[in-house]
Design a protein around this ligand. Structure first.
Ligand code: UFG
Length: 337
């Protein structure tokens, strides 16, 4: 019999790519999403959909009464570093209380496995690179702190209730599913690659580089971009490990690209020119973040299928061309092809 899984935030960017992977591999999927960032159109009709907020304990109790879940994938959260610096309470309260509700509902229902969407922001500005699982945790923002608190709550849920968990610390999720149906669409969009693509296509006048005086080779910040489908694959690979233990893995490609390198790659991939302006630094941005994912590679045999920047950007570009304006705009590709 197929396993049944709950995916909170399954209508969001990383969550929807994980839902696609779960359905491909024969899981029965229930998506719970409040649709504040998520998109109903990102959830395929072969997944059950519940529109609810994790703050609503009664709704959660009903979901756990209706289905018996073999595992819970927990993506639903606020996820903007900058917003969390302006309104820490929103994150320190909202992300943690919602996750505590979910953990309580799951442990009460006897669920044994949870896969949790954590973040590289746990490590703030690290003292050495690449960032592995032994790197000191010192969150860079209230957002990162909220994720760290949830990791600790999951540690105790294992000790006290036997809920095994995988905490996956994503570096910079990017790209889109090759099916062309799902992709990245935030409102407002703050992420580099979708903004650069819109600058390339003329939907935005230009991309502003947030500082070019960092201590990096070209002065712009360096990040480790990882394809969202490689993230989704990692979520499924950890499930067997959860039979025996809880795990924590850092997820990146182990290669850093500067903001200027992303812009140049976008020009190469699209054949278009990206108008650029250099602005001031964005508060809270570390100069360089590069992951070591040696642990998940050696322990679980995970290897990224789309490690190179051009294929990551190429997949994001394919989706963007099919869905100019994102999920809310018209899907043009079907008509054009
Ligand atoms: N950037 C620009 N101009 C823009 C947007 C971004 O120069 O208009 C730069 C940023 O300064 C940064 C890089 O592009 O150096 C990437 O920025 P993103 O906003 O795309 O991503 P972040 O690295 O800031 O944040 C991402 C996730 C967070 C997560 C963090 C972990 O969005 O959720 O990685 O390191 F916490």
């Amino acid at each position: 019999t197929p396993q049944t899984v709950l995916v909170t935030g399954g209508a969001g960017y990383v969550g929807s790519h994980c839902v696609a992977e779960l359905l491909d591999r024969g899981f029965r999927v229930v998506v719970l999403d409040n649709l504040r960032q998520g998109h109903r159109a990102a959830v395929p009709s072969d997944a059950a959909f519940v529109e609810a907020d994790l703050a609503d304990m009664d709704a959660l109790t009903r979901v756990f009464a209706e289905w018996r879940f073999d595992a819970v994938f927990h993506f639903a959260a606020l996820s903007l570093v900058g917003e969390s610096m302006r309104d820490p309470h929103l994150y320190l309260h909202g992300n943690t209380v919602n996750s505590l509700n979910l953990i309580r509902a799951a442990t009460t229902a006897g669920v044994r496995k949870m896969v949790f969407s954590s973040t590289a922001n746990l490590f703030g500005t690290p003292e050495r690179l690449p960032i592995d699982e032994e790197t000191t945790i010192d969150p860079g923002s209230p957002y990162g702190e909220s994720k760290f608190f949830i990791e600790r709550a999951l540690h105790w849920a294992d000790r006290c209730h036997g809920l095994r968990s995988a905490c996956l610390r994503y570096f910079n999720a990017a790209g889109a599913h090759p099916n062309g149906i799902i992709g990245e669409d935030h409102h407002p969009e703050t992420h580099l690659i979708p903004l650069v693509l819109d600058a390339a296509s003329g939907r935005r006048s230009h991309i502003e580089i947030f500082g070019d005086d960092y201590p990096t080779p070209d002065g712009t910040c360096v990040r480790d971009y990882i394809h969202v489908c490689d993230l989704a694959d990692a979520h499924l690979r950890v499930l067997p490990a959860l039979e025996t233990r809880s795990v924590r893995f850092n997820l990146g490609n182990g290669t850093g690209y500067s903001v200027r390198a992303v812009i140049e790659a976008t020009e190469r991939v699209t054949g278009l020119t990206v108008p650029v302006k250099v602005g001031p630094r964005r508060a809270g941005d570390p100069a360089v973040l590069i992951a070591s994912s040696e642990r998940i590679r050696s322990e679980l045999g995970w290897t990224p299928r789309f490690p190179d920047l051009d294929s990551i950007i190429g997949s994001a570009w394919d989706w963007r061309r099919r869905h100019p304006g994102g999920y809310r705009g018209p899907a043009l590709a079907q008509a054009a092809e």
